[in-house]
Design a protein around this ligand. Structure first.
Ligand code: ATP
Ligand code: MG
Length: 52
């Protein structure tokens, strides 16, 4: 399963993070890979805002 999501601005993260959660709805674990400072923590925060 491969799909690419782009969030080039912080304002796009709310929408993109919801799309990611919808696309991965059957998954319960995520692993984040990325160079230092690319936005991992920021994306994780955006993902968590959708969780109840
Ligand atoms: N999608 C984005 N678009 C623009 N800027 C972003 C985006 N995501 C994060 N940033 C900015 O990039 C910077 C680094 O983000 P963040 O701290 O989330 O990176 P990180 O991968 O967790 O870093 P580290 O490896 O140090 O833990 C922050 O200033 C953040 O606001
Ligand atoms: Mg971080």
């Amino acid at each position: 399963m491969n799909k690419t999501f782009f969030a080039e601005k912080l304002e796009q993260l709310n929408f993109i993070s919801k799309e990611i959660l919808d696309y991965t709805s059957t998954h319960k674990k995520f692993i984040f890979f990325g160079e230092m400072g690319v936005g991992k923590t920021t994306l994780i925060k955006a993902l968590c805002l959708h969780q109840v």
